[in-house]
Ligand binder design. Structure first.
Ligand SMILES: Cc1ncc(C[n+]2csc(CCOP(=O)(O)OP(=O)(O)O)c2C)c(N)n1
Length: 340
């Protein structure tokens, strides 16, 4: 597992760490897309192309004791929060040795004991789960932790989002809601999704702190997300971060995204955050091309090794499976020796 570099004040190191997770996530997503096309993955594949800067910024800003509820486009944040490539591959390929033991696929993976919450597909549903986790910690007397819930702009239209954001604000929970406004919810454009000038304007109505950021810009994402997380950690209550960017792929790999407006693709929103981050880090002499090539080939090797290993691992056996909910104490991941 890679170590996150988060020495306070060392922006360059944090940007570099975030870039490395972005790169690893892009390569991992590319591999999942290729496996899907080869018929090696059952169910959907959902990738985060164009959203890696925002997602990695969350992962590098969180501590391992925090709570993270990523969404479908958060491979970078997941890796930065500590997920291994092997666990991601095991879940996508249905290995019974994965964290979900082959019972949940693709993006439905996590380790609740480690504050890494497996996502529920129903849009907006994860925010109240984060609220509950934060509230439970408060009742236990645990302070100083933060919970991040990720969301798309489409999900902000749900009642679940409204209720949870209102609840977090009333309870002054250390919730950071990070909305990736990637311009489309499936094929629905923002003009059919909301009528306010900017989603971030909604923060004031709830009593949450607003933050806007250019989601294509790694430096801005690291700074803004880091600031929002630190405010929540220091008692500032709920924070709403709205990042503006463009989804550079279809909704899932079954969707070619042919409805995406070519003018948006050609605009500043359509720039590839990974390319921009690489150009920036090279220009600032924070890294050289040879080191990036090493990181790239290391990640490719790790991904290929994980796929080769998982292809030899057992699939779940429906006849031998204990169908009790995975949340049951004796089936949870990272079970202690004594079963508790
Ligand atoms: C309550 C609910 N309604 C509909 C769906 C089906 N659905 C899954 S993803 C999606 C679009 C999500 O768009 P957005 O929230 O903008 O996130 P993005 O996919 O753009 O990252 C829809 C409609 C769902 N999962 N839950």
């Amino acid at each position: 597992m890679l170590q996150t570099v988060t020495e306070p004040g060392d922006e360059g190191a944090t940007q570099l760490a975030a870039f490395r997770f972005m790169l690893r996530a892009r390569l991992l997503d590319d591999k999942f897309a290729a496996l899907y096309r080869a018929g090696k993955i059952h169910g959907g594949v959902f990738i985060g192309k164009g959203q890696e800067a925002l997602s990695a910024s969350i992962g590098v800003s969180l501590k391992k004791t925090d709570v993270f509820a990523p969404l479908i486009r958060d491979a970078a944040g997941r890796l930065a929060f500590g997920e291994t490539i092997l666990d991601a591959v095991r879940t996508y390929m249905g290995s019974s040795l994965g964290p979900m033991r082959g019972r949940d696929g693709n993006v439905h993976r996590g380790k609740p004991r480690e504050g890494y919450l497996p996502m529920i597909s129903h849009l907006g549903a994860m925010i109240s789960v984060v609220n509950g986790t934060l509230f439970a910690r408060r009742l236990k007397g645990i302070s100083g932790t933060v919970g991040v819930a990720c969301l798309g702009e489409g999900a902000t239209s749900t009642g679940a989002c409204h209720e949870a954001l209102n609840q977090a604000s009333v309870e002054k929970l250390p919730l950071v809601l990070v909305v990736a406004n990637n311009q489309y919810a499936y094929s629905t454009p923002t003009s059919r999704q909301f009528a306010c000038a900017d989603l971030v304007d909604r923060a004031v109505g709830y009593g949450a702190q607003p933050h806007s950021v250019d989601g294509t810009d790694l430096v801005a994402c690291v700074e803004t997300v880091g600031e929002a997380i630190s405010r929540a950690r220091n008692g500032g209550g709920p924070q709403l971060v709205v990042a503006t960017l463009l989804r550079l792929c279809g909704h899932g790999e079954h969707d070619d995204g042919n409805y995406i407006d070519p003018k948006l693709k050609a605009s500043a929103l359509g720039r590839d955050c990974l390319k921009l981050a690489e150009e920036f880090l090279l220009k600032e002499n924070l890294i050289d091309a040879a080191q990036i090539a090493v990181w790239r080939s290391e990640a490719i090797r790790e991904i290929e090794d994980a796929v080769a290993q998982v292809q030899r691992e057992p699939l779940p056996d429906p006849f031998a499976e204990n169908w009790t909910a995975l949340s049951s104490a004796h089936l949870r991941e990272a079970q202690n020796e004594d079963g508790h």
